[in-house]
Structures are given as structure tokens and as C-alpha cells.
Design a protein. Structure first.
Length: 185
């Protein structure tokens, strides 16, 4: 949620989290694509909140990981589809897997974002950005974004944990997406 608030702080809107709205609604992410998952989350959270809703889903491809170890849309579900790992478990798992392939690998995040403004008004788009994943942890990720401590932006050579929100490619993408549709609010 930190990243979304940071990406949207320049816009004339108030960003509320599910926690702010006292909504604790697990949404089964069983879509075939990140876009289907983002849309399912947007629909469910919009129905529960009745306020414009932004939902994001992402998948990760790690170049040096064998096919059976590719996280894809299960980045946090390293123990199986029914249990999300804690931030620390995610860090430890990816450090261990990266060590097994030489300590570093190119990676691509592919995902989708959905903005639902009304039951009949939903906008979606897909995105991707490249990163380098390393087994060498630097700094700490924000809660919910543990891989920031292992992820390096290839353009700047900085760990995501060292970058300001404005420098991050993922933050820029979120802000640009919402700006396209803010007039629809």
C-alpha cells in the first residue's frame, strides 16, 4: 500500500486502504492472468467499499530459475497456493533460490492494474518492468514488498530499498495509469 499512496500523492484524491475502511476480505486469486486477478480484486473490494477501487496483481519471471521454480503469479505462495508466506519467509526463500543459481539473475515483473469506478466502469492495463534479483540483501523492503531488499533497478544500479518513491519504475507506472482515468471520477 505504501507504493500506491506514494504514487498517487501528487493527485487531488484521497487514498484509503482496506484497513482504513475496516475491510478484511480475502479474494481468491485463481485467474489465469494477472489482469483477471486484478479485476477480481477490484470487483470484490469495490462491492465491499462502494468507493473507486484500484487493484494490482503481479507475476515474476526469474531468468535463471528453472521452469518448475518460476514464481509467476505465485510470488508469495512459496508453500503452495493456499498459504501466503510472510515477508521474512519470502526473503529467505528467494535468497536461497538465487544462491542456487549463482547469486543473481535478471528478472521481469509482469502485472496488471484495474481501476473500478462503478459497476459498469472499469479500466485495466498491463505493465512490465525489468529488475535484477540478488541474494545479497540490502536495506529492508516495506511491509508487503520484501523483495525490494533483493531487487536492483538495472537503469540506476540502486536497490529498490534505497530508491525514493519517485525514482521507482513501478511507482511511476501506477501514477501514470491513474492519471489517465482521473477525469472519470
Amino acid at each position: 500500500m505504501y507504493i500506491v499512496r506514494a504514487a498517487l500523492e501528487i493527485l487531488p484524491i484521497m487514498v484509503l486502504t482496506l484497513g482504513d475502511l475496516n475491510i478484511n476480505l480475502p479474494v481468491k486469486e485463481d485467474g489465469q492472468t494477472t489482469e483477471e486477478n486484478a479485476q477480481a480484486k477490484a470487483r470484490a473490494y469495490f462491492a465491499a467499499s462502494q468507493v473507486p477501487t484500484l487493484a494490482i496483481d503481479g507475476g515474476l519471471y526469474v531468468e535463471k530459475f528453472p521452469l518448475d521454480k518460476q514464481p509467476e503469479m505465485l510470488v508469495r505462495r512459496i508453500y503452495g497456493e493456499d498459504r501466503e508466506a510472510t515477508d521474512e519467509e519470502v526473503l529467505e526463500y528467494y535468497q536461497r533460490e538465487l544462491e542456487a543459481v549463482g547469486g543473481e539473475s535478471a528478472a521481469i515483473w509482469r502485472g496488471a492494474m484495474t481501476l473500478m469506478l462503478a459497476p459498469e466502469k472499469m479500466f485495466s492495463d498491463t505493465f512490465f518492468f525489468e529488475a535484477i534479483l540478488t541474494a545479497r540483501r540490502k536495506g529492508t523492503g516495506f511491509p508487503g514488498a520484501p523483495l525490494d531488499a533483493l531487487m536492483i533497478d538495472p537503469a540506476t544500479g540502486k536497490y529498490y530499498s534505497e530508491m525514493s518513491w519517485q525514482e521507482r519504475p513501478d511507482t511511476c507506472w501506477i501514477g501514470e495509469f491513474v492519471k489517465r482515468y482521473i477525469g472519470e471520477l
